[in-house]
Structure formats: C-alpha cells, structure tokens
Design a protein around this ligand. Structure first.
Ligand code: 3PG
Length: 206
C-alpha cells in the first residue's frame, strides 16, 4: 500500500481472531466477496503470523494488516510475515518508534486527549480510538475536533452493526473496526457465507 490512508479502505475494518491457519484464506476471501478489501489479523493466537503469511500469499486483493501490535518485536514480525499495515491498542514511545521503523502505515491506539496529542507530535494524524465504547463512545469522540482538529480516528472496541453508523457520522471518524463480522462460531463452522453476508452489510455503510 503506497498511500497510507488506512481510514479510507472500507467503512468497517474487520478485526479477526483466527484459531487455525486454515481459517485465514477462506475468511479473507469471504470478506472480499462481501465487498471489504481489508482485514486486521490480531496477533493474539499462535497462528496469527502464519495466517497473515497465508493471506498475503494467496489473497492479493485484500489489504492484510496486523492488529494487537503491542511490542517492537511484534511490529517487525508482522512486517516480515507480509502485513501491509499495523494497528496497536495503545502507543508508547518505544512502540511508536518501532512502528515508524517498519515504514508501514499504522494506526496507533489512543483513548485520551493526551495520548492523541502524543501521537500527533510524531506527525501521525490517523489513529485508532480504543476501546471505543468503554472510553466514552460517540459522545467522547464527538467532543475532540474542537481541541485536536487534525486527528482522525478508527474507533474500535464494542462497536456492532447497530452502532457503527453513529460513529461513521462523526466528522473525525474515517472508518470503524470490529469483530462482529467474523464471529467465532462462523469461523469454527466454516460458514463463510455468513461472513460474506455480514461483510456486505458493513460495506453498505460506506
Ligand atoms: C480490537 O482488537 O480492536 C478489539 O478486540 C475489537 O473489539 P470488538 O471485539 O469489540 O469489536
């Protein structure tokens, strides 16, 4: 991805947890079939890096990113596995430096005004707002443009199909993230049609 505009890839970034590497390629294809050309694979399971590798090799039409990047080592490992973007739940100076070092586009996690300002100090204006619902949701995000007008967000955490439109209506929100498109039950059952249906509903929010 040469243009690092992560917030414009799709109205909803699917946040995906895979327990088996065999789920990776079918779930990516199901999301593409539903109209979502982006997937954030969370680095929360032992197979996550292999899953990124498989998607990067076999589903070139999707932008595959790594989520839950919490250490410099994970940032580097994700890039080496073929991730084309990174997402972190929080942003320490060490983690910011490591993500910048990868030269990949990335969304650092923020939840407070001080954290937003700290990220802006690096010249990074696109960020994740996490965990969105417990951190104040649309009321909190809606109060930020007056004080940090250059910051643009992908809120994630507790957002579902019903609440996504309220977030997407905010001027400082480019997309939302969420795991509701890829329920564990659907992945375990190999119900890829269900994933495609949920993805299509989400794509229609754009
Ligand atoms: C994330 O990693 O961004 C969150 O786990 C996604 O939150 P959700 O599962 O509530 O959508």
């Amino acid at each position: 991805m040469s243009t690092p505009d992560l917030l414009s890839l799709a109205p909803v970034v699917p946040v995906v947890v895979v327990e088996s590497v065999d789920q990776a390629v079918p779930v990516a294809r199901a999301l593409v079939a539903g109209g979502l050309p982006v997937i954030e694979l969370t680095l929360r399971t032992p197979v996550a890096l292999d899953a990124i590798r498989a998607i990067a090799a076999e589903v070139p039409e999707i932008a595959v990113g790594a989520g839950t990047v919490t250490t410099p080592d994970l940032a580097k490992a994700a890039k080496d596995a073929g991730a084309t973007f990174l997402v972190s739940p929080g942003a320490t100076p060490r983690l910011m430096d490591a993500m910048l070092d990868t030269e990949l586009p990335f969304l650092p996690g923020t939840a407070t005004v001080s954290e937003v300002i700290a990220v802006l100090e690096y010249g990074v204006t696109q960020m994740k707002f996490f965990p969105a619902e417990p951190s104040g949701g649309t009321a909190y995000l809606g109060s930020l443009p007056t004080v940090v007008p250059s910051a643009r967000f992908c809120p994630t955490g507790g957002i579902r199909a019903a609440s996504a439109p309220d977030y997407l209506a905010l001027p400082n929100v480019g997309c939302v993230g969420g795991s509701w498109l890829t329920p564990k039950a659907a992945l375990d059952a190999g119900d890829w049609d269900a994933v495609t249906r949920l993805a299509a509903e989400a794509a229609a929010l754009g």
